[in-house]
Design a binder for this molecule. Structure first.
Ligand code: FAD
Length: 366
């Protein structure tokens, strides 16, 4: 650390803020982590997420590969499973491109699956002749375990308060005003999910984020739970949808399924048409009836949450940083969180932000 033990505020205790606060604490920084809500109750809510290496931008493949190594490190340090061993299956014509992007990475094992192998790997799927691949080291992120393990390690740093404003003040410091406090910090990292762009605007940064609402449903697996189940992405259209993602719960008795379809948000932040979310949920159940006969098409739980996307792509991520304030925005950040936290901690400690995370680098472009 180049500047002693800096005093850093992190706003937001989702997976990104928790990872950042944890990385800062590991570096010996004094950390205050603000969130009025229980850790992991924003976009990071729910039992599982997909970890996949395949991304259109090879720089992002490299970044998530590093993140995978950090997930492994946490698993080993904490003695808890954070990513399942079932792998990650994708079907559809886009897998040719995915494989080409992954080819140069010799340490990311990827295999083509023929229809019998696909059936064996993913027995809950209807008969399917689509091109298929397996990302062997992908899997289901145990989201609740990850949030719980990080929150346990940050109990002393967590302050249950809402941040109203962040702004640069004198001597390169930044001020944080909360419901009941006003403090100056050497650096403030804003990881407030949907609230990030609003707080960053107060600090003089304009972030071009698009907000929409998502729904994901969980269905029971019929019969005995398979010993291993992969995560699943269907871009084929063979079952009537092209943007499907799905992942198992621990124990493989339940499987979560979502469509990339979102509900639009109005300028005042409300849902343009609340019925849109219900319509996406109905389409998801209909997809399950057609494509996943190994599931009962009867949702047992829902995750509704905001999705914050940058204009350059579904997997786009960027960090805006100036005058003692850094703000991170992107979508599909769960898998990236350990690497993002490490990079944000490095920036907050005065050791510089990796170039590829600057907005102009457009990391994760389509
Ligand atoms: C249904 C769904 C499925 C997804 N699937 C995947 C997937 O398979 N793989 C993947 O990698 N990613 C996936 N994602 C995306 C991923 O979950 C998010 O990108 C990630 O959780 C974002 O984490 P975060 O910490 O940035 O934000 P959040 O989890 O939203 O955390 C922000 C926190 O900031 C707090 N906050 C907000 N405003 C303030 C304020 N003013 N003061 C103090 N605190 C504040 C909130 O209370 C919240 O706790 C999915 C998202 C959804 C919704």
């Amino acid at each position: 650390m180049s500047h002693g033990s800096p005093d850093v505020a992190v706003v937001g205790a989702g997976i990104v803020g928790l990872s950042t606060a944890f990385a800062l604490k590991q570096r010996g920084a004094q950390v205050t982590l603000f969130d009025p809500a229980p850790p992991g109750s924003g976009q990071s809510a729910g039992q599982s997420r997909l970890f996949r290496h395949a991304h259109n931008d090879p720089r992002l493949v490299d970044f998530v590969r590093h993140s995978r190594a950090l997930w492994r490190q946490w698993e080993s340090d904490w003695g808890v499973e954070l990513i399942s061993d079932g792998g990650s299956v994708a079907i559809g014509p886009a897998i040719d491109r995915k494989r080409k992007t992954l080819d140069p990475f010799n340490d990311i094992p990827v295999r083509t699956l023929d229809p019998p192998e696909l059936r064996q790997r993913l027995p809950i799927l209807a008969p399917c002749e689509q091109p298929a691949m397996l990302d062997v080291d992908g899997g289901a992120i145990r989201a609740l375990s990850a949030i719980g393990a990080l929150a346990d390690r940050l109990q002393d740093e967590l302050v249950a308060d809402h941040v109203l404003s962040v702004r640069p003040v004198s001597d390169g410091q930044a001020e944080v005003r909360t419901g009941t406090r006003c403090d100056d910090f050497e650096h403030v990292v804003v990881c407030a999910g949907r609230g990030t762009a609003t707080l960053a605007r107060g600090a003089g940064m304009a972030i071009p984020v698009e907000v929409a609402a998502h729904v994901r449903l969980t269905f029971p697996v019929r019969g005995d739970a398979p010993e291993r189940l992969p995560t699943f992405q269907d871009g084929s259209g063979a079952f009537g949808e092209t943007g499907v993602y799905a992942s198992p719960y621990p124990g493989n008795r339940f499987y979560s399924v979502g469509l990339s379809g979102t509900a639009q948000v109005s300028d005042d932040g409300s849902l343009a048409d609340p019925a849109e979310l219900a319509a996406v949920a109905d389409r998801t159940t209909e997809y399950v009836e057609r494509a996943l006969p190994g599931l009962e098409p009867r949702p047992v739980d829902y995750v509704h949450c905001w999705a914050t996307t940058l204009p350059w792509g579904e997997d786009g991520v960027g960090v805006w940083s100036a005058n003692g304030v850094s703000a991170v925005v992107g979508h599909n950040l769960f898998k990236q969180a350990p690497a993002l936290g490490e990079a944000l901690a490095q920036a907050a400690a005065g050791d510089g932000l990796p170039e590829q995370l600057r907005p102009e680098a457009r990391l994760g472009h389509d």
